[in-house]
Design a protein around this ligand. Structure first.
Ligand SMILES: Nc1nc2c(c(=O)[nH]1)N[C@H]1C(S)=C(S)[C@@H](COP(=O)(O)O)O[C@H]1N2
Ligand SMILES: [Mo]
Length: 554
């Protein structure tokens, strides 16, 4: 007997056609009113609860694939993660619907009871809602979020079952018993196809509307710097600083070779790395930062604490920040001007108890780190930062405040800080728990940005090709950069005066022209004269090392 029930594969197809508009509806409501974006929440939640080695492996693989295709990791890593998140959620939808159809095929009672799809949708809704609450960075009230998420999932479940009914080939009472079974069955096959096409059409329409409207509206997070109207006094906190930062004048400084990356990264180009698909959205007006734990007088900071200078004059520092996952010549490194107040000034006001040894830091996204108080006491440059490039931190870069710790990779430096707790014990950092270096001191590295084959310099009757790039060693500075061409001697490059002792150094080397194919290598020495590690090692677990080489045909 031919089976008139829809198959596992029909289920998979319907799952696809129903899950995509589900995603787009979540997206639209998220953009318009900030309701939970369930597919993203699932991805973020998994990346937090799965074992660190697995997550690191996933990130590594992604970076490798992007690098293999010469795609900028800085630009593509978030989009790639977003694709993975959407793909993952769609796959779950497909599998669930396919399994559901298999069950319905075998289980007639369920098939006849319309409530089954609703119940399935409801259960999925509850599970995903709990996940969303776990990730929990939404501004809408939990009740409204709950109603919305449950409603959509129930609708999704009901649609699955309804589609199932539509796809059944009905036993039509036969007028002419013998022959009619064939053609009628085929006509119904045509109806089945028509239904699927119609479902596909509806799915496409909802998807396009949701995605289109959603991206048009794109709810921009609140970016005012105000700190609690009542207490604040009438001060315009919107533009606390001039919008443009003046770089230090360095008359006579070595000129960068054209093609070297900008010494000061335009803010919109600053790399971004964090455990979120969408940054936590913190309302600056209601944001409070408790400083508590083993202290005599706990504090509660708000943005006015900084704008009204409760802790004195702000400090400006040009800083090169880098991600520990960055490959030697990778683009997860950028430079801007950080403004904040030394953390020690804040801690002083709390009169810490002698038993307090660590500052444990918590962030809105569940990220956390710990800094020894000893380190904060001995280093004035450790600061609570609220401006980048003279402007309030962008939401993706940690608005309203983040910490700065010299000489450490980004993984030690939380953004979106929501709690400071002084404690006698250290709370192991987020990435440290996941197998990365607990100190995470920045490695000395140097990179060739450009071999200036089109920038030939004529001096006397000798032609030179300028070669340029960066060298950095955290807060230790760079004392020397050397370049080697082919198997020649290492020769000293010229160093451009850096923006500060905390930034990269641009270097320049003029190489006496010789036609043919040549390999250029670079190495650097930090401020204490220690040479960078030349042995190649991948980023995990303490930051990449090795020589950067570029081959050019001249
Ligand atoms: N709250 C929070 N802070 C965080 C992270 C994070 O995931 N969450 N990532 C860290 C890492 S790994 C890096 S490299 C830097 C990157 O800062 P940026 O994105 O502003 O360049 O932020 C750090 N601070
Ligand atoms: Mo990082």
């Amino acid at each position: 007997m031919r089976n008139n029930q829809p198959s596992f594969l029909h289920g998979a197809l319907v799952g696809l056609l129903l899950t995509i508009p589900l995603i787009s509806s979540f997206f639209l409501a998220n953009q318009v009113v900030g309701l939970p974006y369930v597919p993203f929440d699932l991805f973020e939640w998994l990346s937090r609860v799965l074992p660190g080695s697995l997550v690191s492996f996933g990130i590594d693989t992604m970076v490798k694939i992007l690098t293999l295709f010469s795609i900028s990791v800085r630009e593509a890593s978030k989009p790639a993660e977003i694709l993975m998140a959407l793909g993952q959620f769609t796959a779950i939808g497909i599998v669930m619907c396919a399994l559901f159809y298999s069950v319905l095929r075998r289980w007639q009672t369920a098939r006849k009871n319309d409530l089954v799809g609703m119940i399935l949708g409801g259960i999925a809704g509850i599970v995903f809602l709990l996940i969303s609450f776990q990730v929990g960075k939404y501004s809408t009230s939990p009740e409204i979020s709950a109603v919305w998420v449950l409603l959509l999932f129930i609708l999704w479940g009901v649609s699955m079952q309804w589609s199932y009914q539509k796809l059944i080939l009905k036993e039509i009472p036969q007028a002419v018993p013998s022959e009619a079974a064939g053609p009628s069955f085929e006509m119904q096959q045509v109806d089945r196809r028509k239904f699927l096409v119609m479902l596909g059409g509806a799915s496409a329409v909802i998807t396009v509307i949701g995605a289109g409207l959603g991206s048009l509206i794109n709810q921009e997070p609140q970016q005012t710097a105000a700190g609690g109207g009542a207490e604040s006094g009438a001060i315009d906190l919107q533009t606390p600083q001039s919008q443009t930062v003046t770089l230090p004048a360095r008359p006579g400084a070595v000129e960068p070779v054209p093609g070297t990356r900008p010494e000061y990264t335009p803010l919109e180009d600053h790399y971004r790395i964090d455990i979120n698909l969408t940054p936590p959205q913190i309302d600056g007006a209601t944001w409070r930062l408790p400083v508590q734990g083993l202290v005599n007088s706990p504090l509660k900071l708000n943005l006015n604490s900084f704008y009204l200078q409760h802790f004195g004059e702000p400090m400006h520092q040009f800083v090169t920040l880098a991600c520990i996952s960055n490959a030697i010549a990778g683009d997860l490194v950028s430079t801007t001007r950080w403004t904040g107040v030394p953390l020690q000034r804040i801690l002083d006001q709390t009169s810490p108890l002698v038993s307090a040894k660590y500052l444990n830091i918590e962030s809105a996204d569940g990220f956390h780190e710990s800094v020894p108080l000893e380190m904060i006491r001995s280093d004035e440059r450790i600061m609570l930062t609220y401006l980048w490039d003279g402007q309030p931190l962008l939401p993706k870069h940690g608005y309203p405040v983040r910490i700065y710790i010299p000489d450490r990779y980004g993984m030690k430096q939380p953004k979106w800080i929501t709690n400071f707790e002084l404690n006698s014990t250290e709370q192991t950092g987020y990435w440290v728990e996941r197998g990365w270096d607990s100190i995470a001191q920045m490695k000395a590295t140097s990179v060739i940005d450009v071999v200036g084959v089109d920038e030939v310099i004529q001096r006397g009757d000798q032609e030179y090709i300028p070669v340029g790039g960066i060298a950095r060693a955290g807060a230790r500075g760079i004392s020397k950069v050397e370049v080697q061409v082919d198997d020649g001697d290492w020769q000293e490059a010229q160093l451009r005066t850096p923006l500060s002792g905390l930034t990269w150094v641009l270097w320049r080397f003029e190489w006496p022209f010789a036609a043919g194919e040549h390999t250029f290598s670079v190495r650097c020495y930090d401020g204490s004269g220690a040479m960078q590690i030349t042995e190649s090692h991948p980023p995990h677990p303490s930051g990449a090392t090795g020589l950067h080489e570029v081959t050019a045909n001249i």
